[in-house]
Design a protein around this ligand. Sequence first.
Ligand SMILES: *Cc1c(COP(=O)(O)O)cnc(C)c1O
Length: 380
Amino acid sequence: MNNPAYLKNALPGVLQLAPYQPGMPLEELQRRLGVKDAIKLASNENPLGASPAVCEMLAATARGELSRYPDGGGFRLKKKLAAYHGVDADCITLGNGSNDLLEFVSRVFLGPGRAALFSQYAFAVYSIATQAQNAEAIVVPALPRDHASMPMGHDLEGFARELRDDVAAVFIANPNNPTGTWLAPEQIEAFLEEVPEQVVVVLDEAYFDYQAPALRTDSRALLSRYPNLLVTRTFSKVYGLASLRVGYGLSHPSLADLLNRVRQPFNNNSLALLAAELALEDQDFVRKSVELNTRELARMTAEVHALGLKTLPSQANFLTIDFGRDASPIHQGLLERGVIVRPMGSYKMPDFIRVSIGTGEENSRFINTLKDILKMSSGA
Ligand SMILES: *Cc1c(COP(=O)(O)O)cnc(C)c1O
């Protein structure tokens, strides 16, 4: 079975796909090193866990819910999200993580002869969702590495220049992963003005809550003006529910209707739906998580700069460090010392490492370990 016959029938885009590389699981590294105190700062997860209300509910209800199908319409969660965002419930599409929304877009709008537009160094799922549909990916060069204010950020003027007739979808991450860079509201609005109405623009706001309020784009206000806009949000980051897989889209009802047609009817399980409802109500937990992140991101940035290293500007829950040379020995050194961070080779950024902002203790462990490694490699 080295070359099964059905391979030649697989869509060319799928054959050329490089699978998404998840971060190494903590247990795996602990097993390899034979230690119990390794830490994981590799997947932009919430170091505080999830709201205590969610954890209690899961323990209490798991037994009774397992045999029943979930509410396929996500009625209660949608109602709460609608109230939270001040939109009608029919503007909402629920996803199994916000990644699901990106796939809905590709399934509805992309295919052979169609193209999707996104930035170099953008979130990996945009190219996977595009290629899997056998559509063409137009990758817009990012701003240069030495750009004064937003190194390696999205270049929306470049996006506008690439809007060919066959472009059916545009993916914008704000803030972007893996760079942490963001766009000003005026830039986003100017771009939306240029986009033909038949092109769907996805504004991926997975890190919205971590952004300083003054830098945020009021995407909800844009929704009423641009029926071709889809805003995506997730419960995976600041709400701390990455394992349960809940994300959603906000859009004009007719766009939501199209996306819902390709959605699996039970794409969110019952416990995930309940957890998301409770998590949404616990805005205290969100505030606490954001405060920790804001404080620790500033401290980590200062400490990394004090080591003579550069960082990309970040408004997210991670920091992307520029080592100015191949960072894989650093990544390896961190791993050997029980610290998992994300190497950037698969993003074609081999000189960089992305470190998620953890608790104060985890971040100090990262900084001290990095110091040790740098000292050793400079022969001091
Ligand atoms: C983490 C992340 C997501 C969220 O993915 P989920 O499927 O909701 O867990 C979406 N977009 C970007 C840019 C991300 O970094």
